[in-house]
Design a protein around this ligand. Structure first.
Ligand code: BDP
Length: 610
């Protein structure tokens, strides 16, 4: 799926701004048929939950309505007219005037509504969107909705981050010619000092049109040309995309009829390779060691709404700590984030929204007796079909981003349980078929051990989430360190694959200090991370460390959270805790001596612009 850009043949109108907003209970039947009467306005992009002071809105379960008028530019006569939603969380039904134009399930991937012939250039139309925040066994992430005795709906889900909902990413109205470039797939390789770019172009309505391509370097000079919808071009003396040293080419694709371009599209791309060889993770043939965090899209007031100011600031803080990478835990992030990572050389592990495929965690934490996760009455074939569709949409959107070097297919699934292999094997096959170029991983939950995990061999990299010293062996870092080392070595021994830590950390209240090993203090967070780092540095197969979490984030109600999850190295408003400085010392190599361990283990500062 191509992202929306203006080109010589395409125009874009942003529909971001204030839309009319109402709960389902506040509107009549078929509210799309007329102007919704409401005093509430909600910004797009933003989650709606924290905007208002009304608990009925914050805790609403079900449908809310967004509406606005849109004028189609008068110059668009004869063009295709399309709406693009960056995301609607978790399901959308879209109407243009009285006409249903799109339905989409999945809160973190984009979708289009083709309005050609339904709306007219120069005229205004009423755009209405029903947004449903319910998580069920037929959504990814999954959840359950129950009706309480008083008739209210109660949403439960199996992840800790708050179920923010709304139109959290930009909405755009765009035009294309009737004959247009529908999709582009680029796969890059390296041949000596040349870059090899395999491309495939999909077109629509383009009978009797030819495809013409040009590759432009950052100075705008043409460095390669080609013709035809599928093929390969070489870029001599290629400038590679590298972690910490991004370089992007533009692929200019033109549809040409009678010598005239009828459509053109410009795709920025980087030339780089990714490969797992033995127990190394290689980018451009060089061992790469991940330093960074699991993140969230989460800010005060906006919730999961995309915000360019936080985008820029977060990347500044990543660079300041010496992080070279992050995981899009636990769902695909806004496309703007990946574009930015492409331009700034930050490496990304792209994760699906499949978080919470694990009913054992619920059993362990709530006392509710465990129920089998991968059973037909819980997460069976139907859930897997939704998961597969979500995977397709993620890979279709992000396949061309050089920053994305690996797919994480799920976070903390019950990979120790019967049925997990049957559930995941087809998804792994699908991911490999759709994208044979990127390694696959999943983040392993604490109940999945080297002894009982049933899916590790299907994947390329072992990503382990562990909370020794926090949820287990609380306050006992010596035991945490030795148990962690024993377990990580067990994974390496059984699977012989590269291994990284995809989550480790401790909740920390800024300003709390102690000379003892006291959980919640700033010192404890630093000390816990340091204990883990000593273990990583003793294991040669280790390829990376992603701390949980970059910043504090909002969670659902729960007695083991106080105003959210506090495992951030930064607070929710991005102030550093003590651990931010100790991590920066390690990752920027400021400790005076590099960590012992594999010679290749880089201080990230080597690979980061400073
Ligand atoms: C892990 C989850 C993550 C949680 C974290 C925690 O992957 O989403 O936020 O634990 O408890 O199980 O802090």
């Amino acid at each position: 799926m191509l992202s929306i850009r203006t080109t010589p043949t395409r125009d874009v109108v942003s529909l971001d701004g204030l839309w009319r907003f109402a709960l389902d209970s506040a509107v009549g039947a078929e509210p799309w048929l007329s102007r919704i009467v409401t005093s509430l306005e909600a910004p797009v992009p933003a989650s709606y939950n924290d905007l208002f002071v009304d608990p009925a809105i914050r805790d609403h379960v079900g449908v809310v309505w967004y509406q606005r008028e849109v004028r189609v530019p008068r110059g668009w006569a004869g063009e295709r007219i399309v709406l693009r939603f960056g995301s609607v969380t978790h399901a959308a039904t879209v109407y243009a005037n009285d006409v249903l134009v799109a339905e989409h399930v999945g809160g973190y991937t984009p979708f289009d509504a083709d309005l050609t012939g339904i709306v007219a250039p120069g005229e205004e139309f009423r755009l209405t969107v029903a947004v449903d925040n319910r998580l069920t066994h037929l959504t990814i992430p999954p959840g359950t909705v129950d009706t309480l005795p008083d008739g209210r709906l109660k949403q439960t889900y199996h992840h800790d981050f708050y179920n923010y909902a709304g139109i959290a990413r930009s909405v755009k109205l765009y035009s294309t010619p009737q004959a247009y470039v529908a999709d582009i797939t680029v796969v890059t390789g390296i041949d000596g000092s040349a870059g090899v770019v395999d491309y495939r172009i999909e077109t629509a309505g383009a009978e009797a049109a030819d495809v013409r391509l040009r590759v432009l370097d950052e100075s705008g000079a043409t460095v390669a040309t080609a013709e035809g919808a599928e093929g390969s071009v070489r870029i001599d003396d290629v400038h590679l995309w590298m972690p910490g040293a991004a370089y992007l080419y533009d692929l200019l694709v033109e549809l040409v009829r009678n010598g005239e371009p009828v459509d053109s599209y410009i795709l920025p791309f980087g030339v780089r390779t990714v490969e797992v060889r033995g127990t190394d993770f290689l980018i451009n043939g060089e061992p790469f060691y991940f330093t960074g965090f699991g993140k969230h899209e989460d800010t005060p007031v906006r919730g999961k709404g995309h915000d360019d100011a936080y985008l820029v600031h977060d990347f500044q803080l990543l660079e300041w700590t010496g992080a070279n990478s992050f995981r899009t835990s636990h769902y695909p992030y806004a496309e703007e984030v990946l574009d930015f990572a492409d331009r700034h050389g930050i490496v990304v592990i792209g994760e699906t929204a499949a978080v919470g495929l694990n009913l054992g965690v619920q059993g362990g934490l709530t006392g509710i007796p465990p129920t089998p996760t991968f059973a037909p009455e819980n997460f069976g074939g139907e859930t897997r079909n939704v998961h597969a569709q979500h995977l397709r949409e993620l890979l279709a959107r992000d396949k061309n981003h050089p920053s994305v070097v690996m797919w994480s297919i799920a976070n903390e699934p019950a990979s120790n349980e019967d049925g997990s292999r049957e559930y995941f094997e087809p998804l792994v096959d699908l991911a490999r078929e759709l994208d044979p170029t990127r390694p696959l991983t999943y983040a392993a939950v604490m109940f999945a051990t080297p002894a009982n995990d049933k899916i590790g061999d299907l994947f390329d990299v072992l990503s382990i989430n562990r909370y020794y010293g926090w949820y287990v062996f609380t306050g006992d870092l010596a035991t945490a360190e030795s148990v962690l080392e024993q377990e990580l070595r067990g994974w390496v021994q059984r699977f012989g694959k590269p291994i990284m830590m995809s989550e480790y950390g401790a909740d920390t209240q800024p300003g709390l200090h102690s000379v003892w090993d006291m959980p919640w203090t700033e010192e404890y967070q630093s000390d816990l991370l340091a204990a883990y780092h000593r273990v990583f540095d003793r294991i040669p197969e280790f390829v990376g460390e992603h701390i949980w979490n970059f910043a504090d984030f909002m969670t659902g109600p729960g007695i083991h959270r106080v105003d959210g999850n506090k495992k951030g190295v930064f607070t929710r408003d991005r102030k550093p805790k003590g651990a931010a400085f100790s991590v920066r010392n390690r990752w920027r190599g400021l400790e005076g001596k590099k960590p012992d361990g594999p010679a290749e283990r880089p201080a990230a500062s080597e690979g980061n612009p400073s």
